[in-house]
Design a protein around this ligand. Sequence first.
Ligand SMILES: Nc1ncnc2c1ncn2[C@@H]1O[C@H](COP(=O)(O)OP(=O)(O)OP(=O)(O)O)[C@@H](O)[C@H]1O
Ligand SMILES: [Mg+2]
Length: 446
Amino acid sequence: MTKGSGKHKRDGGGRAGDGQDASFPPVVAVDVGTTKIACLVGELGPEGNLARVRSCATVPARGMHKGVVVDQEDAAGSIRAAVEKAAEGARARLEEATVGVAGSHILSMNRRVAIDNPNEDRRITTAERRALLEKLKDVQVSPDFQLIHAIPRDYVLDGQDGVKRPVGMWANRVEMTGHLVFGAVNSIQNLVASVEAAGLVLDDIVLEPLASSRACLDEQEMKSGTLLVDIGGGTTDVAMFADSRLVHSAVLPVGGNHITRDISVGLKVPLAVAEKIKIDYGHAQSHLVEDIEMIHTEAVPANAGGDRQLSFSRKFLARIIEARVTEIFRLVTRQAMDSGYLSSIATGIVVTGGTSQLEGMAGLARLVTKMPARQGVPRGPSSAVDIPSNPVYATAVGLLLYGSERMFARGPIRTDEPSTSTEGFLNEVLAKVKGWFKPSKPSGRL
Ligand SMILES: Nc1ncnc2c1ncn2[C@@H]1O[C@H](COP(=O)(O)OP(=O)(O)OP(=O)(O)O)[C@@H](O)[C@H]1O
Ligand SMILES: [Mg+2]
């Protein structure tokens, strides 16, 4: 990786801590989730790695539904609240952020494109690689959709597949396979506008399942084939990796809020009570709960002033949860099957996001998907400190890792250039919002 030029200390920018390169401003990640907005502030180390998480703030999300902004003013208000809280914790002014995108408007596809090698000596150069990439990106699913990521997977040289680095090799015909991710222009524009209305400049936008994978999977898992499933409040994000490449991604419009709603209906309690019951007593595998285990709790929220008591069997609660979670894992399995890469998943499934904290989740994932399963907790580089290890921060930590890498590659001064292609691991993020939304001046800085 090349270090950005022009070291420059910005006014009100990074407050140098141990090991931080003082010329870089703080790295900011904003995960605009359906239930919470998480804002993380990180410090860049001298090697360009994420050295420390200086601040980690969460506020309840407003104006969001199934991963997308449905009320811009409310969404901007909660983003602003999270950013202010994080700025206070980090004692820094926060200016630009890497933001996650999700929602059922996300579409993804695999594509294969080819060119005839124009070089007389038949040797492939970076120009051919670039031409293939442009061809890979040159597809429009609909005028309402815009490319977010174009990630090359591998190359086929004169029919020989499995080539990872074609430059310098010889071939007449060069093909590239890759994964493309699109999002609805309007949904993304609403997200960008909300972030800007909260006083931030959007530096980069990353598909949430990619970010969560970055935080929760190690290189070995990505190489041997892993399915990352981030079950949040309103969405279940899926990312499949084989041979260290993203081969499939999807955002399903179902998550922990649906479980809460099922409990609310099943036990005839308000949503707030159902949410508390889910977190305090929930289990995803009913056969592991004793028949005789009874729960006695309040049937109305404490702040509603009621004192109606509720008694129910914990096994009954677990059955309600199990039914919904089974449905989620079946949808995930269908995604994996339809991608055509199910047989490449050797390591199994890694479940993260807030809902992964339900007891019995990994066990149920194993039963339904017939794959090994574990819970994924976010991790940074081994030298990084204060990484929040709760799975609700999987996306935010991943965004911070992306943001750190991007900031180090481009240098301390922000440019309006989109992310560029590199040969780096998971870093071939190419087409970005910058080309299609010129960021307007934020209304106020924090
Ligand atoms: N300890 C817990 N046990 C069970 N469920 C939990 C627990 N903690 C949080 N949850 C659930 O996790 C969900 C929120 O997870 P998360 O913060 O990952 O979602 P989000 O990022 O806000 O939403 P999304 O990613 O779907 O847009 C909620 O449905 C919440 O009820
Ligand atoms: Mg989320």
